[in-house]
Design a protein around this ligand. Structure first.
Ligand code: AMP
Ligand code: ZN
Length: 135
């Protein structure tokens, strides 16, 4: 994809702080981290989002996440991490090249969890039924 920032990073046209690479996967530091060590894991082939990414590529991505996350914890002294996917513009996806965020976390780092809101009476069963119907 000519206009894709992450494809340009893969091609070396834009610099990045690479932390891991294999034949199919590249991982580099997010330029605007929630905490130092925040890493983006991307496939070297362009897919717009998670849903459009083939299963075998997702397998490679999640295997890389496991490997890199352990290294991030060791290297930064973080006590945990969040694994994030913003899938689609309404979910906050800015770069339309599928990616996982590995966000190292420390107790008391101030990052808030997303807020939850309760279902109304009967809604939960209804929604579950609708989703099951699509699977
Ligand atoms: P998303 O909202 O999930 O699409 O996240 C895109 C992420 O890419 C954001 O967290 C940005 O900070 C990050 N980002 C944007 N440009 C660059 C860049 N040149 N190098 C590294 N990370 C970047
Ligand atoms: Zn791309």
């Amino acid at each position: 994809m000519d206009n894709c920032l992450f494809c340009k990073i893969i091609k070396g046209e834009i610099p990045s702080a690479k932390v891991y690479e294999n034949g199919k996967i590249l991982a580099f530091l997010d330029i605007n981290p929630v905490n130092p060590g925040h890493t983006l894991v991307i496939p070297k082939t362009h897919y717009a989002n998670l849903v459009e990414t083939p299963e075998d590529v997702l397998d490679e991505m999640i295997r890389a996440v496991k490997k890199i996350a352990s290294a991030i914890l060791q290297a930064t002294g973080a006590e945990g991490f969040n694994l994030g996917v913003n899938n689609g513009k309404p979910a906050g996806q800015l770069i339309l090249h599928t990616h996982f965020h590995i966000m190292p976390r420390r107790a008391g780092d101030g990052l808030k969890h997303w807020p939850g809101k309760p279902y109304r009476e009967g809604e939960m069963a209804e929604v579950a039924e609708k989703i099951r119907g699509e699977l």
